[in-house]
Design a protein around this ligand. Structure first.
Ligand code: F6R
Length: 243
């Protein structure tokens, strides 16, 4: 696992954006799985700007959704779907046939999981997965202790995710379950980047990097990945033992 600690959120975001661009420069038909959330937002804006100014074409890339709040409509501003459309797909004019997101309104969530797993296999795996980390150490919606499942699955959200998740929504929203790729998808992705910023993430980052690798702390599994990068700002890295 490679650890990079940047001076601040802006430089961290530049670092993450550069790394995504590099993957697409080297493989224009890359399969990308990019998390929603506050942490990567600026990285995506910078990535879109770089793509435009440097002529990097994402049109041949395939986009795989990492996770979604079950029961939340894609037009709801708090959905991952809405976030990805607004920050990535629309500014890069990605065509719909290149986008594979979980249908959160499905009546058959298990079928939706099987469909996503099949799509990933048909696209020959994920080249780059960029993830954030939850306050409880979740990756996507792989919650601590709950079911440790390798591939797409439906999850009962834990209390932390339900509470913290409210920040994405304009009004109080009932968040009970999610649908997510599994940690096996993360371990099988050819490259993984985990981004975290701010002092509120410092303790969970310390535990992720310095305590045992365990499904009780899903993010810690990134240390078993052969080509993983943990990209932090100084605040998120502030509780790490100096090396
Ligand atoms: C979102 C996702 C979540 C977030 C995590 C951190 O698609 O998969 O696991 O990455 O909850 O969220 P932020 O970046 O808002 O702190």
């Amino acid at each position: 696992m490679n650890l990079k600690i940047y001076e601040n959120y802006e430089s961290l975001s530049h670092g993450a954006a550069n790394q995504i661009i590099e993957v697409v420069r080297q493989k224009p038909c890359a399969v990308l799985c990019l998390a929603a959330g506050d942490t990567p937002r600026l990285a995506y804006t910078l990535m879109v700007n770089m793509a435009k100014t440097e002529g990097i074409d994402f049109a041949k890339c395939t986009f795989i959704g990492l996770d979604e709040w079950l029961g939340i409509s894609p037009v709801n501003e708090g959905s991952c779907h809405h976030f990805l459309r607004r920050h990535i797909f629309e500014p890069l004019s990605i065509s719909n046939d290149k986008i594979h997101l979980f249908d959160a309104l499905t009546e058959d969530p298990q079928g939706e999981c099987r469909k996503m797993d099949k799509t990933i296999i048909e696209n020959k795996g994920i080249d780059l997965m960029l993830v954030g980390i939850g306050m409880n150490g979740h990756i996507g919606f792989n919650e601590p202790a709950g079911s440790f499942q390798a591939y797409s699955h439906v999850v009962e959200l834990d209390e932390t995710s339900r509470t913290v998740g409210q920040k994405y929504f304009r009004e109080q929203t009932t968040l009970t379950s999610g649908i997510t790729l599994g940690l096996g998808h993360m371990l099988e992705a050819r490259q993984v980047i985990l981004v975290a910023n701010g002092s509120k993430k410092a303790d969970i980052i310390r535990r992720t990097i310095e305590e045992d690798v365990t499904p009780l702390l899903p993010a810690s599994l990134i240390r078993n990945h052969v080509d993983a990068y943990v990209i932090l700002d100084k605040e998120a890295g502030s509780l790490l033992t100096p090396r």
